[in-house]
Design a protein. Sequence first.
Length: 140
Amino acid sequence: MIELHPEYGHEMVRGIGFLGEARAAILHHHERMDGSGYPYGLVGHQIPEFARVVAVADAFDAMTSTRCYRRARPVAVALRELERCAGTQFDPRMVRALVRALERHGWQTSVTSDEAAVPVGPPGPPRSPETGASHQIRTG
């Protein structure tokens, strides 16, 4: 069932013209560079570029978010996993772009639900993802 969500999502937005290439990203964000993804097992540059961007962002979000079955991973751990999978699962260019953006701008968690934010370290400016240091919680 979970492997069908890209097709369901794509079908839901199919008639929304202004979404343009975002529709392809919705459909193909679980495709992998080596062809092991779904729904169609596309390989490399058969995967639309925007979908390759979303694939990296989606994986990063999944790893750094707490789920009902596991705690969030630290940003540095998630980035190492993305780098390890660059070229097989993820487009190396997109992984490098995310790493560079986080090196430049740091990382802050934004609370977007009704759950209480629990700081994992002292408040302060965003830290480099390479240090694995705590990050500031920003609400609102």
